[in-house]
Design a protein around this ligand. Structure first.
Ligand code: OAD
Length: 237
């Protein structure tokens, strides 16, 4: 099998079976916190201690979790496809499952930066919290390297280009409610198969054929993998 380009767009649902809460499911993070209190630049101005506490807790939980079969299948697909992960997740479970090419659209919990120089990223060590008073190399308070609501998504053009070049795409564990990330699916070529793995059908107008696997990532991803292998074998004749 020659190496087709496969883009996998993942969201919080792929990490759900690793024990990490999604945002919009019942008992999800946004039921227990208000987005405006912890995930906007205004929240950071108003109450940086609360914002730091929120992300310090997310980091602890993420590090305590392990990749599940969903993440592992993404890595295994590299045996036959050139796989590019585009994830909205800020955990590092794709990395720990062994995927090689991972683009984090919304930043990463294990990274931090200052507020003036947004290019200089600091890696956090395992177990390290970001504390009030801890300064970044630019001399400003260190903040999580997370794209908050109302901020630019710097990796979006790169991600859109990767989707444009894809021969197939899997969308897994995302409600597709957050833009501009959701709009990435619109960049996929009409002739390239689009597979969606999610126990719920995302409320998104794809305007094209979609192959649905309506189940959790740990069982749905292996089925999507089998479907793709079969499809490309047929394409190759
Ligand atoms: P959401 O919480 O909006 O959606 C989670 C999706 O995962 C839903 O479609 C669920 O049906 C699905 N799901 C639940 N359990 C699953 C499982 N076991 N296997 C597969 N799917 C499952 O999370 P996202 O779409 O990732 O942004 O949210 C997008 C962005 O909104 C996040 O990156 C974050 C959030 O606010 C920022 O913080 C900037």
């Amino acid at each position: 099998m020659s190496k087709f380009n496969l883009v996998i767009l993942s969201g919080a649902g792929i990490s759900a079976e690793s024990g990490l809460k999604t945002f919009r499911d019942s008992d999800g993070l946004w039921e227990n916190y208000h987005i405006h209190d912890v995930a906007t630049p205004q929240a950071w101005q108003k109450d940086p201690a609360l914002v730091l506490q929120f992300y310090n807790e997310r980091r602890k939980n993420a590090l305590a979790a392990s990749p599940n079969k969903g993440h592992i299948t993404c890595a295994e697909l590299e045996a036959d496809f050139h796989v590019q992960i585009v994830t909205q997740n800020v955990d590092n479970l794709h990395e720990r499952a062994g995927s090689a090419n991972i683009l984090h659209l919304h930043g990463q919990l294990m990274q931090a930066r200052g507020q003036k120089d947004i290019e200089t990223i600091v890696d956090l060590t395992e177990g390290e919290d970001i504390e009030l008073g801890q300064l970044a190399p630019d001399g400003t308070q260190l903040r999580p390297h997370i794209v908050w609501f109302g901020e630019m998504v710097p990796m979006l053009p790169t991600a859109a280009e990767l989707v444009q070049q894809a021969d197939a795409m899997i969308v897994v564990g995302t409600s597709l409610q957050v833009y501009p990330a959701a709009s990435l699916v619109d960049f996929l070529d009409d002739n390239a198969p689009l597979l969606v793995v999610d126990p719920a059908k995302p409320d998104y107008n794809f305007g094209r054929a979609v192959e649905y696997f309506q189940e959790g990532a740990s069982t749905g991803m292996p089925k999507a993998e089998a479907w793709l292998r079969n499809w490309f074998l047929n394409v190759e004749g």
